[in-house]
Design a protein around this ligand. Structure first.
Ligand SMILES: Cc1cc2nc3c(=O)[nH]c(=O)nc-3n(C[C@H](O)[C@H](O)[C@H](O)COP(=O)(O)O)c2cc1C
Length: 367
């Protein structure tokens, strides 16, 4: 990689330019760049993906080429799949998709906490709607990468009718999903997190799983539940048990946090309402991963997400019990070469520690 004064081209040129813009504007520019055929071609020739059989594993019946995925929220409308595949991700999670179009909260609604390598967002599920996202996915080519679809409810749907929204989203999108994520943990849709409560979640997952089975025919599409890092541990474990008993094939931990502990950024920023992601989430997300692994072991896979910026972070999360990992904020701070650097570093660490495959390292620090 080209370096200048020890910094990558991204760190000395691209990131300062993007960080001089409003965060959502920077996001929109990046997303439209990532859809340009010329840039995609350049990315494909510049990024050399590690060909490392240690990194591949079958999880929930699906062939993951490597354990690193793009976390939900970056490509909410599913318009840049080819770019995520080109960057080296083994899977990308699209969404959150709501059944109907909705604009989300008023802007500004993404805040950059550079001193903390973090973001706060309160986007509130800005979604093109399930029918449009289905069209986007139908037109996309993901080349070997798996695609998860994360679904949620529209803001105006009463919480008692939330299950209908999840079902409508699944109905519209099942042809394009290798797995579904039931998002019950975004802090930016009023009442959403109450769906994590064990009894409510059990019914929700049961109905979504039954519906997925009825529409997907012979194709078994796994359904996962995504959890918040803010629930007290007994509640979280009760919810996870309920989700698994109801037929969930995996859990994703964690979504963003409403906590604001130990931040270095100015109070004007840290006081913004929304979910915090990035470096300050890493320790809590890692702890949650260990606690979940202690509780469920290898019964179903844990997808570990929150504060992963480097190979060391990804390796730590896997050793804490994650079968797969995802990143969002790390990509913003570390740039487009981060996924390949993480995968290379992960391969090197597995080799150093004598693991023939990534699956052998899962949870070794917890057992
Ligand atoms: C701007 C932004 C938007 C997000 N939108 C969603 C979303 O729509 N659905 C979801 O499940 N998670 C969403 N997330 C949460 C991420 O998927 C992830 O769980 C969280 O950011 C922690 O990972 P990170 O520290 O690598 O960013 C969003 C995160 C950010 C920063």
């Amino acid at each position: 990689m080209v370096r200048f004064r020890g910094l990558s081209f991204y760190h000395w040129a691209v990131r300062p330019a993007l960080f001089s813009l409003d965060p959502e504007r920077a996001h929109e520019l990046t997303m439209s760049a990532l859809r340009q055929p010329l840039l995609l071609k350049a990315l494909r020739s510049a990024v050399s993906l590690p060909d490392n059989s240690r990194l591949g594993q079958r999880v929930m019946g699906l062939p993951f080429e490597n354990p690193l995925g793009l976390a939900a929220g970056l490509d909410k409308q599913g318009t840049a799949l080819a770019a995520w595949a080109a960057l080296g991700f083994g899977h990308a999670e699209i969404g959150t998709v709501t059944p109907k179009f909705q604009p989300g909260n008023p802007r500004p609604r993404i805040f950059r906490l550079s001193a903390d390598a973090a973001l706060i967002n309160r986007l509130g599920f800005n979604s093109a709607g399930a029918a449009q996202v289905a069209k986007n996915l139908a037109a996309a080519s993901a080349r070997g990468m798996l695609v998860g679809v994360n679904v949620g409810k529209n803001r105006l749907t009463p919480i008692e009718q939330a299950v209908d929204d999840y079902i409508r989203a699944v109905e519209a999108l099942h042809r394009y999903a290798d797995y579904f994520t039931v998002n019950v943990s975004s802090p930016n849709t009023e009442g959403l997190r109450t769906l994590q409560q064990a009894a409510t979640l059990r019914t929700l997952i049961e109905k979504v799983v039954a519906h997925v089975r009825s529409v997907a025919g012979n194709r078994a599409i796994p359904v996962l539940a995504k959890f918040s890092p803010d629930s007290p541990l007994p509640d979280l474990l009760a919810s996870v048990d309920a989700a698994l008993e109801a037929g969930a094939s995996g859990v994703i931990a964690t979504n963003t946090t409403v906590a604001r502990d130990g931040l270095a950024s100015p109070a004007t920023l840290t006081a913004e309402a929304g979910g915090l992601s990035g470096a300050p989430l890493r320790v809590a997300a890692n702890r949650t991963c260990r606690q979940l692994f202690e509780h469920i072991g290898r019964k179903v896979p844990i997808i570990g997400v929150g504060g992963i910026f480097t190979a060391e972070h990804a390796y730590e999360r896997i050793r804490s019990g994650a079968t797969l990992v995802q990143m969002y904020t790390g990509l913003i701070y570390e740039g487009p070469w981060a996924p390949v650097e993480i995968l290379r570093g992960l391969g090197a660490r597995l080799e150093r520690d004598g693991f023939g495959n990534v699956s052998e390292a899962i949870g070794v620090d917890v057992r």
